[in-house]
Design a protein around this ligand. Structure first.
Ligand code: HEC
Length: 258
């Protein structure tokens, strides 16, 4: 027990109120973020309830399936539901087979793809339409080099999106837990325990963000680590919260307790 210096019980009332209010609001923030994750991803696998499968599909995609199969068959968004109808079965089968066999550029193999795209996709997959980020044609000609890379991509979340998510989450989460960690440093408790309390949420942050990348690009098995990291972060914050509240409101100041 370190008895040197000022600790949470010695804080003046305004400082205690500041710490308490900040901790409560951060706690609400963490609950809301975790709820957001559950709401955002729970239906990805088409079944209600949040599961590791939802995370695998969101970050890794369907193991072994090219993006065109994911979009048209395995997990179609509203725009693509149409293509699950039996009337499209043969054509969609062909697109998937063509993609899995290496997106042959030979005229004979590519012609049915062009026909399908011209008839069904270019209303949206046009430089000026809703799917303008992935146009399949320019100047009213379907281009092999616009189609093949998009069709054959894995369904994994894109690196651009991950960079974007990483920079926001890493910086904000580290700032939050640096702040709560500072309060923990003022707990009147053993420094070994404090070290665990301040590091635990930061380890959870590293595990969380690291697992996005590993799930997307190394193995879908890291989705389990991703699932765990969310729980670990909540638990780590809860421990900090309990220690800090105990120090602020239940322990007696140094002068009295000495
Ligand atoms: C009604 C509009 C619409 C039609 C028709 C449509 N798409 Fe899409 N497509 C979209 C939109 C919007 C996106 C981007 C959002 C998403 O991924 O669902 C998209 C995305 C995709 C993607 C993923 C692109 C990426 O980089 O994530 C593929 C592959 C795709 N479409 C294939 C097709 C194929 C093949 C057809 C025709 C058989 C088709 N789409 C028809 C609207 C459409």
């Amino acid at each position: 027990m370190d008895r040197q210096g000022i600790h949470l019980p010695d804080f003046p009332l305004p400082a205690k109120l500041l710490c308490t209010a900040v901790f409560i609001l951060i706690g609400v923030g963490i609950l809301v973020s975790e709820a957001k994750v559950v709401l955002k991803y729970r239906m990805v696998d088409g079944k209600p309830g949040f599961s590791v499968q939802d995370l695998i599909l969101s970050f890794h995609g369907h193991p072994g399936a090219p993006l065109v199969e994911v979009k048209l068959r395995l997990a179609p968004s509203a725009d693509h539901k149409e293509f699950q109808k039996p009337m499209y079965k043969e054509q969609v089968d062909y697109l998937i087979k063509w993609t899995k066999e290496g997106c042959s550029a030979s005229e004979e193999d590519f012609a049915p793809v062009v026909e399908m795209i011209e008839n069904n996709c270019v209303n949206c997959h046009d430089p000026d339409a809703v799917a303008s980020s992935t146009p399949f044609w320019v100047d009213r000609t379907v281009k092999h080099d616009l189609v093949a890379p998009v069709f054959s991509r894995s369904g994994a979340i894109s690196a651009t999106r991950l960079v974007h998510l990483t920079h926001i989450h890493l910086l904000s989460n580290v700032m939050i837990f640096a702040l709560t960690g500072i309060a923990v440093l003022f707990c009147r408790t053993r420094s070994g325990l404090k070290a665990v309390l301040v590091l635990l949420p930061l380890i959870a942050v590293a595990l969380d963000i690291g697992s996005w990348w590993l799930t997307a690009y190394v193995s879908y098995l890291f989705a389990y680590a991703l699932m765990l990291s969310g729980g670990l972060m909540g638990l780590a914050f809860l421990l900090q919260f309990l220690f800090v509240m105990h120090g602020l409101w239940l322990q007696r100041p140094q002068a009295e307790s000495a």
